[in-house]
Design a protein around this ligand. Structure first.
Ligand code: TTP
Ligand code: MG
Length: 395
């Protein structure tokens, strides 16, 4: 069968109230009770997650713990036990590996599985999805919500729609009826900002989104607009990428002390962007997707990505995007680690990158600077801002 006509079978698994369910499993006294994981209620931290019993009181992930206690004073508050959750996560992954090697972990409790080629061995994707869900229950005493669909976008929505303990299978014929009534916020990648913009255009549901043509969407949302056009129609060609395949170049720094000064953080982002860009040039590669990773004081980690219109290996392009993503995050607590990475890489001389290069002159200059640095040392030329930082340190 040709690749383009091959129907994929993608499973998305997302554990229910992950950290809180593990705590309830390990301590029967907590079962059926509102449990908030994140720390002591009088500390300055935020909730990592909470049990479904606690959600009835309006408690949510990322809510300040003081607010969580106000909403539910009798809730049990527990600290985050990362090593314990990471261990459970690897147990879940071992179950996945019995069914397919094509696994893309999204976080500790969430992953995509491409089981298209496993169906011959196990009968059907439906059987595989159900078996995974049942084994997680039986072997780990935890519940997962599972979605099965022809692509990642649909599988993710499917796993979410019947949470907790959900199981939703979507066939080609059901896709549009399933999508149409959903609010646009359900689309993976539509954050509060995009949602707000769509609402201003009087678009609340996926059905309404379908009324906009591709050009209009591009005008309003850039490249993300084209993606919205296809997602609204249930079309998503992104492959399930195993960690090994998802090639990227990245640098990150953990600070000796948590930082909250925006300007200092931006200087680190600039420094990391310059490192990443230089590595790209050294390997004769260019990138189209820039990602920023931020780990907060409470160990919560967020990653944001942006795909450009053209390929680049320039410090300033990578910094501009990483900094944009940083500003969009709107810091609410100190930062422990910051990282910049690039994905979607192509060789510098490939057709793709030759056609889609925005600044050939600047690239030549960057390469000249790399050569000078190699000959005369790191600090021989540097961006003005970094220079400032160096001189501040010396003062
Ligand atoms: P989620 O899958 O988003 O949440 P959940 O598993 O607790 O609940 P459900 O999927 O049933 O809605 O995140 C998985 C874990 O990641 C979660 O248990 C705790 C952690 N987490 C944070 O630490 N901070 C956050 O803001 C979020 C959203 C999750
Ligand atoms: Mg979850």
């Amino acid at each position: 069968m040709k690749n383009s006509t091959r129907k994929l079978q993608i499973i998305h698994v997302d554990m229910d109230a992950f950290y809180a369910s593990i705590e309830q499993r390990d301590n029967p006294d907590l079962r059926g009770k509102p449990v908030v994981v994140g720390g002591r209620p009088n500390s300055r931290g935020v909730a990592s997650t909470c049990s479904y019993e606690a959600r009835k009181y309006g408690i949510r992930s990322a809510m300040p713990l003081t607010e969580a206690r106000r909403r539910c004073p009798h809730a049990v508050f527990l600290p985050v036990d990362m090593p314990k959750y990471a261990k459970v996560s690897s147990q879940i992954h071992r179950i996945f590996q019995d069914y397919t090697p094509i696994i893309e972990p999204i976080s500790l409790d969430e992953a995509f599985l491409d089981v298209t080629d496993s169906t011959r061995l196990f009968g059907s994707a439906h059987i595989i999805a159900l078996e995974i869900k049942e084994r997680i229950k039986k072997e780990l005493d935890l519940t997962a919500s599972v979605g099965l669909a022809p692509n990642k976008f649909l599988a993710k929505i499917a796993s979410d729609i019947q949470k907790p303990d959900g199981f939703v299978m979507l066939t080609e014929e059901e896709i549009q009826d399933f999508l149409d009534p959903l609010p646009v916020e359900k689309i993976w990648g539509v954050g509060p900002k995009t949602a707000e913009k769509l609402h201003m255009l009087h678009i609340k549901t996926i059905r309404e989104l379908k009324a906009l043509d591709q050009v209009t969407l591009r005008n309003h949302f850039g490249t993300a607009g084209s993606q919205l056009y296809y997602l609204a129609r249930g079309i998503d060609n992104r492959p399930v990428e195993t960690e090994r395949e998802a090639k990227s170049i990245g640098r990150e720094t953990t600070f000796p002390q948590d930082l909250s000064d925006t300007e200092v953080l931006q200087t680190f982002i600039l420094d990391l962007s310059a490192d990443v860009a230089r590595k790209l040039r050294k390997e004769s590669l260019k990138a189209k997707t820039i990602s920023l990773k931020v780990r907060f004081a409470d160990f919560r980690t967020v990653s944001r990505s942006k795909t450009l219109d053209s390929y680049t290996s320039l410090d300033q392009d990578i910094y501009a995007q990483a900094n944009y993503l940083f500003q969009e995050l709107r810091l609410s607590q100190p930062v422990r680690l910051i990282g910049v990475s690039v994905h979607n890489l192509v060789p510098e001389e490939s057709q793709q990158s030759l056609f889609e290069t925005a600044n050939p002159e600047k690239e030549k200059l960057a390469k000249t600077m790399d050569t000078i640095k190699e000959r005369f040392g790191e600090n021989s030329i540097t961006l003005a801002r970094l220079l400032n930082l160096y001189s501040k340190e010396k003062e």
